[in-house]
Design a binder for this molecule. Structure first.
Ligand code: GLY
Ligand code: MN
Ligand code: MN
Length: 461
């Protein structure tokens, strides 16, 4: 393990919280599934960012002087026979580069002493159930001894603030892992598209779960620990359900299949969506809408560069999609008016109801403020044209080199009066992951093709 990477992050955090601060951070809790079976454990992303440690029941404390203390499961031969290897506190300083380590059973004894003299306690707000009362439990004994000279911290601060800012800019190591995760996911999409067409050509029944199995096979075969989120494999009309999960739907000749799936590799997510014809050939209406979504994605990609606002790619997408909806007859200009009217009144919303992207990193919807920190005071209000709600607008985040975001426009056409029938039940999304650079952005997921001709050629082979 590259311990210096994590040590540098801990040092940077210590600098931010200052000499009077102390940061307390648990990893994720284990989640019982039923009786003595747990859900698969997945570490807390903030904790992993600062330690690289993936065992459960662990805590990190960083004091203002930069000293880091880990609390972890003690060595226990019997438990290790059942549950697996534990690093243990004796080996932790050498292996993880922390300054000191104790058994997690020592938390209640050590924490009051570590908190003594600190001015502010930093911990993630609203993230770990019961954490506040745990911290209160450590502050209590400290306060009880102020007559004997202990000093109780006077402030509590949200640790998510500084950590979110750090995680928002991906360093070279993170970008490298994310490129590798994207390559694996792209390969999984390629395999799945090809298998789908081949199975249909061979006259076999294809279900969504068959395609899900292909994705998982490819993820795991290349060392990914698990999918970064529940894979969406949606055949035909199921693609119009935004959070559909791979189920038992039958994949029919002539339909589109929408797959939104990405693996997690060494703590980092990838997030790719491709929509393809099950039999490998787009029909006319499918191609019309697909090329519209693709053109809107190209506009968003062109708008993704350092110095632009986070909302610029979305605005570019909406402009292209809205014009396209007027052109192909999804929207009737006699009813909805001009392009500007469509955008102003959000008349495109029945067919495009989500944002064009989100931060991507350790979490698929990664942390990081979407408003520009230096401009949060600049609040304007507007009435939403559809809901009538008053919405507070603050200036969107300015993109900087090293930020990673998805670019994922779509179109979803549910049957409704006035909606041209050839487009009914078509759901299309195209999603790529982009690293922002000064010159523009690097698309790290283009190992899977996106053009109509390229997809058709791939599925023939
Ligand atoms: N796969 C989740 C998303 O695209 O946001
Ligand atoms: Mn996404
Ligand atoms: Mn996605």
């Amino acid at each position: 393990m590259n311990t210096s990477l994590y040590a540098q992050r801990r040092a940077a955090l210590a600098k931010t919280i200052g000499p009077g601060g102390i940061a307390i951070l648990p990893t994720a809790p284990e989640q019982q599934r039923n009786r003595d079976s747990d859900f698969l454990f997945r570490h807390d992303s903030y904790f992993y960012y600062l330690t690289g440690f993936t065992e459960p029941k662990a805590w990190l404390v960083i004091s203002g002087n930069g000293k880091s203390t880990l609390f972890c499961q003690p060595k226990d031969l019997e438990r290790e026979i059942w549950d697996g290897y534990r690093l243990g506190p004796d080996a932790a300083p050498e292996t993880l580069g922390v300054d000191a380590a104790f058994s997690v059973a020592e938390l209640d004894k050590q924490l009051p002493a570590l908190l003594d003299g600190a001015e502010s306690v930093w911990y993630p707000f609203a993230t770990h159930t019961g954490l506040e009362s745990r911290i209160d439990g450590w502050l209590g004994p400290l306060r009880a001894r102020v007559r004997y000279g202990t000093l109780c911290p006077q402030q509590q601060r949200d640790l998510c603030g500084p950590l979110d800012e750090m995680r928002l800019i991906k360093d070279a190591h993170e970008q490298d892992v994310m490129r590798r995760a994207s390559d694996i996911s792209a390969g999984a999409h390629v395999r799945t598209m090809q298998r789908c067409a081949a199975m249909l050509r061979a006259g076999q029944e294809v279900r969504e779960y068959h395609l899900d199995a292909e994705l998982l096979h490819e993820f795991r075969r290349h060392g990914s620990q698990y999918p970064a989120y529940g894979s969406i494999v949606a055949a035909g009309a199921n693609a119009c359900v935004l959070h559909y999960r791979a189920d038992a739907g039958r994949v029919q000749n002539g339909e589109l299949v929408l797959i939104d799936a990405g693996c997690e590799l060494d703590g980092y997510a990838s997030d790719i969506t491709r929509t393809f014809p099950a039999n490998g050939v787009f029909s006319g209406p499918q191609k019309t809408l697909y090329e519209l979504v693709l053109a809107s994605q190209e506009a968003a990609i062109a708008a993704t560069k350092a110095g632009a606002r986070f909302t610029d790619p979305h605005d570019a997408t909406v402009k292209v999609l809205a014009q396209g909806m007027l052109d192909v007859g999804l929207l009737d200009k006699n009813t909805v008016g001009t392009l500007d009217d469509v955008i102003e009144k959000r008349a495109y919303f029945p067919f495009y109801m989500h944002r064009t992207g989100h931060w991507l990193g350790m979490d698929v919807h990664d942390c990081g403020a979407y408003t520009e920190p230096g401009e949060i005071g600049q609040v304007s209000e507007r009435k939403d044209a559809l809901t009538g709600e008053t919405i507070k607008n603050r200036p969107a985040r300015i993109l900087r080199s090293g930020m990673v975001l998805t670019i994922e426009p779509g179109i979803y056409v549910r049957p409704a009066p006035g909606v041209p029938e050839p487009f009914h039940n078509i759901g299309i999304r195209i999603e790529d992951d982009a690293i922002v650079s000064d010159a523009g952005c690097e698309l790290i997921t283009r190992g899977v093709p996106v053009g109509v001709a390229e997809i058709e050629a791939l599925m023939r082979s």
